[in-house]
Structures are given as C-alpha cells and as structure tokens.
Design a protein around this ligand. Structure first.
Ligand SMILES: [Zn+2]
Ligand SMILES: [Zn+2]
Length: 157
C-alpha cells in the first residue's frame, strides 16, 4: 500500500475536522501545521456557548450565514488561547479562505495555504502573491469522505 503524502494526510484530517461543523450551510475544517506537527484545528461553528445553527437556524446576511466563526479563525484563535506559536506554519482548509479569514491567516504569519475546494473570494490569489504566501489547491479526497461517512457538503448559495 502506498503511503499518502503529508499534504494529503493533513487535508484528510481537515476533512474529518469539518465533520464537527455546526452550520449546515457549509461544513469546513482546518488544520494548522508546522514541521509536520499539528498545532491547532478548527471548524466553523457558533460563538462559544451559544446555540448551533443546526439547532436554531442560521443568521443570514447578504446570502451568507454570519452566525459562525470560520474554521480558519477558530484554528488561529485556539492556538492563541493555548499559547501555541503558529508563525511560519501551513494551514490546510477544506474550502478556500474568505477575505476575512485570509487577512487573519496573513497576519497570523502563516506562510502557506492549502485548500480543498474553491469557496468564493478571488482576491486571495492576487494578495497571496503580493504577500509571498504560497496558495495551493489540493482536491478533497473522496476516499476520506466515504471512509468517515461525512455528510455531503451542501452547495454554497
Ligand atoms: Zn449557519
Ligand atoms: Zn472565512
């Protein structure tokens, strides 16, 4: 059996992380890694202590649910909360970062973004180049999806 690459390994883990998401609009998972070590993980969900979208419905604004903290921001926040340095790390995320998350990733000092599917903000392509952040696409693994029986990801809009 062929061993999976490190990128595939961490992206598959991000997919498993996404199964904890509590907003059915889109289940997203992220993993922050440096030196092949997982430093933090995050999935999109409600503010800590508040009810989940999946229980009380979404908070829609401009066609998007704004109730949740996104997976990337939760991973960064969890690192901060626990005093884990993530500077120069890589973030694996199952959907490409929105503009707000992209800005947080950049200022958190992450140097590489590997995303599974394109989400919605094209600006990340230009700005990653301008900032010297590596931005790479790695298709989500259907094997990981079926193996862990994750729910189907609903359409974005
Ligand atoms: Zn929601
Ligand atoms: Zn986001």
């Amino acid at each position: 059996m062929q061993r999976v690459s490190w990128d595939r390994y961490f992206m598959d883990i991000a997919q498993v992380v996404s199964s904890r998401s509590t907003c059915s609009r889109k289940n997203v998972g992220s993993v922050i890694v440096r030196d092949r070590t997982i430093l933090s993980t995050g999935y999109n969900g409600s503010l800590r202590g508040l009810p989940h979208c999946d229980d009380i419905g979404h908070m829609m604004e401009g066609g998007h649910c704004v109730a949740t903290i996104h997976a990337e921001q939760n991973a960064i926040i969890h690192a901060a909360k626990n005093g884990v340095a993530i500077n120069d790390g890589t973030i694996y995320v199952t959907a490409s970062p929105c503009w707000s998350c992209f800005k947080s990733i950049a200022n958190a000092g992450l140097r590489r973004i590997v995303y599974g599917e394109f989400y919605r903000d094209e600006r990340i392509f230009e700005f990653s180049q301008r900032l010297g952040i590596e931005l790479e696409h790695l298709a989500l693994s259907t094997a990981a999806l079926s193996a862990s029986a994750l729910p189907a990801v609903p359409p974005i809009e």
